[in-house]
Every structure is written in structure tokens, then in C-alpha cells.
Design a protein around this ligand. Sequence first.
Ligand code: KG4
Ligand code: ZN
Length: 352
Amino acid sequence: MENCSLDTRKADGEKDILILAVESSCDETAASVVKNGRTVLSNIISSQIELHKLYGGVVPEIASRKHMEKINQVIEEALSGAGVELSDLDAIGVTYGPGLVGALLVGVAEAKAIAYGAGLPLVGVHHIEGHVSANYIENPDLEPPFLCLIVSGGHTHLVIVKDYGEFEILGRTRDDAAGEAFDKVARAIGLGYPGGPKIDRLSREGNADAIVFPHGKISGSPYDFSFSGLKSAVLNYLNSARMKGENVDAADLAASFQKAVVDVLVEHTMLAAGDYHMDKIAIAGGVAANGSLREAMKKACRDRGYRFYYPSPVFCTDNAAMIGTAAYYEFIRGVRHGWDLNAVPDLKLGQR
Ligand code: KG4
Ligand code: ZN
């Protein structure tokens, strides 16, 4: 992986800060070396998707075992790919929540062992803070404050990034996460796991206005999201067509579902941007790789004169470079974790 951007803030005058970051919260075993927070020297991702596909979703026990098998190799590749040794590093960063507890524990135990053995400080990172920080990698000009929509398999949050690692949560999902809705609808159409990229691809051949699906709204909470009604509407549509013996055009269905999700995501984000006078908008998380969401956000921001930031797809889905970036900003504000650092599966955003 080549360097992705210019160096920005250094912690201490001339000296480069090198962080080895580890991510194992779900089904990717990942390690990365990041220089001065924004220059990615290596970004190694070992995906377990092929394995979990067989079961239609992530099987936590299998994920933990696979992380244990892969983690040493992935870390070695990250170090050799970056051309650095443990003795060159300034800290070890690791995702310690939220996520699958057994999966998180593998990364946390590994990071603690390396940090202890090499005499390096340990910096625990919130996975969602990592997703937000993915935007810093390729956008050297991006600095807080900005508005960020985080849409992943487990989370849907609309937040103001007030400073590095400081968030004000404006809205969140009341039920399914956006990525979860993509995955469940894909399964119902028979596309398999993970559904997001498959619906994204199939939608390009369909008519997004073919079927009108409900746009989830929560009265009195204009920035919150709800996707379970939409998911049920898609399932009802499929069942009723099957009962009547009618053929369903899967591409039209996928495109219409995707439009209903994207419309709500863009609408709520633009509403918050106007209300909070934010003119820098970013997106993050696996669903931020969605072509239709990226285009719709781009257009909405252009129409309003806002600057729009988004990571390359490889930095949208789970990776350790984003954890290295977040770890850097935690490191320079003095955050250090002890050897008692544990996996926290329900870690809240902004909690340390
Ligand atoms: O951020 P991520 O890799 O893992 C979590 O932290 O959850 O997000 C994974 C989610 C999955 O639900 C996947 O279906 C969705 O992101 N996803 C997409 C796309 N690529 C990944 N959803 C829509 N369109 C995509 N292109
Ligand atoms: Zn994630």
C-alpha cells in the first residue's frame, strides 16, 4: 500500500510518529502501520467473508478462531510492507469495542502482548471513531468540526465531530443498522452475504422508481433512523408476489429498496447540516462504499455549497488503517491504556 496523503499534525516537532494498528472486531483480521496519523504505510486485511457466506452471516465463534489463525501473519505483513520493525514504532493501537466480544479479544490480547513485549504504549480505539477517522487518510485538509454520517453493518449514527475523538450524537437508528437492512433484504432476494455490495451492483440494472417503499421517520426525532419497517415492506412485497405467482424483478426491487435507504440517509444528514450550520459533510462505514449513497450525497452537498468527504471503499469497510489514524489522535492527546484493557462489546461512542 503506498502513502495515501500528506503528513499533517506531528506530535513532537520533527519526529515521525509510527503506530501499528490492529482491528478484529467482526470478520476482518487487519493490521496497518500509519505515520503521523494520515500516511498509511501498509494496510493488510484478511477477510473471512468466504467462510461466513456459507452460513448467510457472521458466525462469532468461527470469526474468533479465524482471527487467532491469521493475526500473527497479518501483523507481520503490515510491518514488513511498511518496512518497519517493532523498535521503530511509537505505539500500538487496537480496536477494543464495540463488536463481537470473542473477536475483539483476539486483537486486544495480541496488541497487549506486542506492546508489553516491545515496551510500547497501548492505545485502545473505538471502532466507530476509527470509521470516522478513515476520512482523514485521503483528505489532508479535513479537520473537525464536521458532520459525519456513520453507516455500517452494526451502526447508524449521525454525529458532529467536534474535535478529534469528540462527538455529539444527533441521531441513531432505533432498530436495524443500515448495513443490516441491506444484508437482510439481500438474503430475502437470494443474493447471499454480504448483501450491501450485491444490492449496490444489482441496483445499477434496475429502476429505482419501480416500487415505492416507505421512508422510515420517527416523529419528534428528525435525525433518528428506522429501517425495520422498510425491511418488512420489502419482505411483504416479495411474499405477496410469490403468493400471486407473480415474477419479481430483483434488480427493480434492489434499486427501489436502496433508493428508500439512501433518500432517508441524505435527507436527515442535510437537515442536520442546515440546523447545525455545518458545511463540511463526511460519510463513513461499510455502507459509505455504496455507489448510490456517494452520488446522492455528492449532489446534495454540491447543491448546497457544502464540502463532501468520503473514504475510498477499502477504507469504508473494516480496516486497521482507520484504527491507526484514530489511535494517533488519541495518542497525541495523551490517551494510554493499561494492561487491564479489555474488550468492550457495547462500548459507547466518546467513552474512554
Ligand atoms: O463497516 P463494516 O465493514 O463493518 C461494520 O462495522 O459493521 O460494514 C459492513 C456492512 C455490511 O452490512 C455490508 O453489507 C455493508 O457494510 N456494505 C455495503 C456496501 N459495502 C459494504 N452496503 C451497501 N453498499 C455497499 N457497496
Ligand atoms: Zn466497521
